[in-house]
Structure formats: structure tokens, C-alpha cells
Design a protein around this ligand. Sequence first.
Ligand SMILES: C[S@@+](CC[C@H](N)C(=O)[O-])C[C@H]1O[C@@H](n2cnc3c(N)ncnc32)[C@H](O)[C@@H]1O
Length: 232
Amino acid sequence: MCSSCFVIPSVSIKLLTTAAALIYGQRSFTTNSNKWTRWITFAITVVISLILSAIGVFLLVLSVNPDFRQRNFVNLCVGQNLKGSPLDVHRCSVLEQGNVTGKVMEFGPGPGTNFKCFQNMTSAASIEKYVAVEPNSYFEEKIEEERKARGLEFPLEFVGIKGENVDIPEQGTYDVVVLTHVLCSVDSAEVVLANAEKALKPGGVGSLYWNMSWRVRDLLFFTSKGKWLPPS
Ligand SMILES: C[S@@+](CC[C@H](N)C(=O)[O-])C[C@H]1O[C@@H](n2cnc3c(N)ncnc32)[C@H](O)[C@@H]1O
């Protein structure tokens, strides 16, 4: 289970108990004050407690309701994608090295964050088919919208399943497999990479972008069929 699944409920319980303690304890701060000071302190305490309680309840619902969590995660990712990031330069340079073209499979594409890189890549104009293996089905509509918004014309196939569980269609025929910022989210990076290798044709290219390069090197030691980029 993900570590945030334990952290979020405990944070929300702390927020709710802090809110309750503030309401309960505020009287003792102001017992010797005049009427107005007491009222103003009471009003400020109520506002702060309500804000803390609202955040606490939101986090609690987020932690117990996977559907609510997935929907909110999609909105967060779409917002971040629109805003862009300074790391996009590195992301796009890794994908350019991978010369993304032909038949492509991406694991965990989210809202199609990588499409911004394809927009300016000549090789991407000859993508024949793009298979998106993404367990969060709320991304399906978003990734299609992003493809259209970026003027990308390849057919997009959404496979709503985890990368560990996907039954790779047309094994050994993909020119490029893309994994960016995804191995940190999966249950088993080893199984996802093994499936990525199943998809690749001999000599195909695996394009990886991850914030833990030592772990990538560690994992790629066991891969053999494709050429994995970046090799550093
Ligand atoms: C941090 S986001 C990265 C999105 C995008 N690849 C990027 O570079 O910005 C991780 C993505 O991996 C997806 N994901 C989580 N577990 C997965 C799994 N087991 N297999 C495939 N994708 C998964 C999430 O739904 C999410 O879209």
C-alpha cells in the first residue's frame, strides 16, 4: 500500500483534533479580557477551526474513497500540465533521444504530459499508433483532449489497466516504449519494466525519465531486448 495512504488519514485526524482543541481552549486565553476582545478571539478561532476541519475532512474523504482520490489527482495533473514545469526541458530532451516514432506504448501517461514534447518533434509526426496503459480511467478523456489540442494526429488507444497487469497486445512489435515519472507510482517497477520489454521489438527503444536515476540503472541491469535511454 502507498505510504500516503497511511500519512493522509493521520494528518487529517491531527487537523480535526487541533480544530476541536482550538474551539475548546480559546475561552481560557480570554477570561480576563473585555467583551470585544473575547468576541474577536472567538470569531478568529471559529474561522481557523472551520478551515482546519474542512481540510481535515477533505483529506479523510481522499484517503478512504479511491474514486474521489483518482478524480482529484486527474484535476491536479491537468492543472500542472497546463502550467508546465522547468523539468519539461529534460523530459523533452529524453524523448527526443528516444526518437519517438512508429508504434508507441506509454505506461502511466496521465493527462498526456509528454504530448507537449511531441508537438515539436519531427519523428513524432510519423507515430502510427499510441497505446496508453493507464489505470486511472478519468485520464481517458483528458489525454484525448490533450492529443487534439497539440495537433497530434496519431490514433490513441487507451488501455485502462495497471502496467503490471496489462496483457501486452502485439508483443515484440513496438518501436518505442515510454515511461516518464511513473516507476515511482507503480506497485512493481520490475514487473512494469518486464512488460515494457515484452512490448518492444528487438532493437526498439525504451525512453525513461525518472527522478531516481540510480534505481533506473539498477532496474535496467535486468533488461536486454531494447535500447534503454537515457543510459546515464
Ligand atoms: C506522477 S504521474 C506521471 C504522469 C506522466 N507520465 C508524466 O510524466 O507527467 C504517474 C502516472 O502513473 C499512473 N500509474 C499509477 N500506477 C500505475 C501502474 N501500476 N501502471 C501504470 N500506470 C500507473 C498514474 O495514474 C499517473 O497517471
